[in-house]
Design a protein around this ligand. Structure first.
Ligand code: ASP
Length: 319
């Protein structure tokens, strides 16, 4: 019997307070979230794979300047972009990832190409860039990723560091990710990020690490995380959520909310969020910050998009 289909994404829990951007900028970011959902949903409803759907969804988010991934990614302490991305197939546990990439226009496409090649799960730095070029992917100058907003965030992070003041979540970081359930009942997850603003050169976050920022396993769930990666790494977040479901019988909601609000949120007092889907098409998008860019299409086709507490309904999409 054909499975229900479901799709969810996040654009990072490093969302700025509402008054920092114009209404038009917020509206555009919500439109880009809806565009990304549409790209993934069209693949799922035509019977395409969850893997293709999460890749297509993340590509749209990487191309938008509103999110910290691809064009619009954070700048590190050397005023460079070092991009991390991963993709995972819940059916086969096949995965691909790149870390510290500097020239790949869409890092998630390189992660997917590596998954398909199959002889390594992760490539780093210039080797990741070279691989992407040889795989026929678009190569760009590192400055392609820079936007005025990220230059401003770097300036602010340096000012906070100099004066000892604390930065808001929106100044610090962000990420994009997607999770999907396809008609064959398979799950997949993908994540892409510039990491946190002013990060030390060479720093790798949780996003490209399989089992941490990105994880998918049929019979459990698909997860993509956002928040300061070091804390997700210590708690092996993605795999822990799946294990809580598989081995302890927790629901998707129990496992994901425990991770975001208790394991990460309460223990470390930091901002955290994620998007997740299980094999029945249940979706969770918990976050403990002022906002999290997010969107999802439920197994009934109901589409919702949001940046802060409220969710905007974008109608019932054909399945
Ligand atoms: N998880 C990302 C990282 O640590 C940042 C974020 O999601 O905000 O690289």
């Amino acid at each position: 019997m054909a499975s229900k289909i479901a799709l969810a994404l996040h654009g990072g829990c490093g969302t700025l307070p509402v008054d920092e951007l114009t209404a038009a900028e917020w509206a555009e970011s919500r439109d880009h979230i809806a565009d990304a959902l549409r790209a993934g949903w069209d693949i799922l409803r035509r019977g395409g794979s969850a893997l293709d759907a999460v890749e297509a969804t993340v590509v749209i988010l990487e191309n938008s300047p509103h999110f910290n991934a691809g064009h619009g990614a954070a700048l590190n302490a050397a005023e460079q972009h070092e991009l991390d991305s991963a993709i995972m197939d819940g059916a086969t546990l096949g995965a691909g990832a790149v870390a510290g990439a500097g020239r790949i226009r869409n890092p998630v496409k390189a992660a997917r190409a590596l998954l398909e090649r199959g002889d390594a799960i992760m490539l780093i730095g210039p080797s990741a860039d070279a691989f992407a070029g040889s795989a026929g992917l678009e190569i760009v100058d590192n400055s392609y990723f820079t936007t005025a907003r990220r230059i401003e965030m770097l300036r602010r992070m340096r000012a906070h560091a100099a004066s000892g003041t604390s930065a808001s979540e929106g100044e610090k970081h962000g990420t994009v990710g997607a999770v999907a359930l396809d008609r064959a009942g398979h799950l997949a997850a993908a994540t892409s990020t510039g990491g946190y603003t002013n990060k030390p050169p060479g720093r790798v976050g949780d996003s490209p690490l399989i089992g941490i920022g990105t994880y998918a396993r049929d019979g459990a769930c698909a997860v993509s995380c956002t928040g300061m990666g070091e804390y997700f790494m210590r708690n092996v977040a993605g795999h822990e959520i799946a294990s809580q479901m598989r081995l302890a019988g927790r629901s998707l909601k129990e496992a994901t909310h425990t991770m975001v609000f208790d394991t990460i949120g309460k223990q470390y007092g930091i901002g955290a969020g994620l998007c997740a889907v299980d094999g029945q098409g249940h979706i969770e998008v918990p976050f403990n910050t002022v906002g999290m860019y997010r969107g999802f299409v439920t197994a009934d086709g109901d589409c919702h998009v949001g940046t802060h507490a409220e969710l905007e309904c974008r109608g019932r999409w054909d399945q």
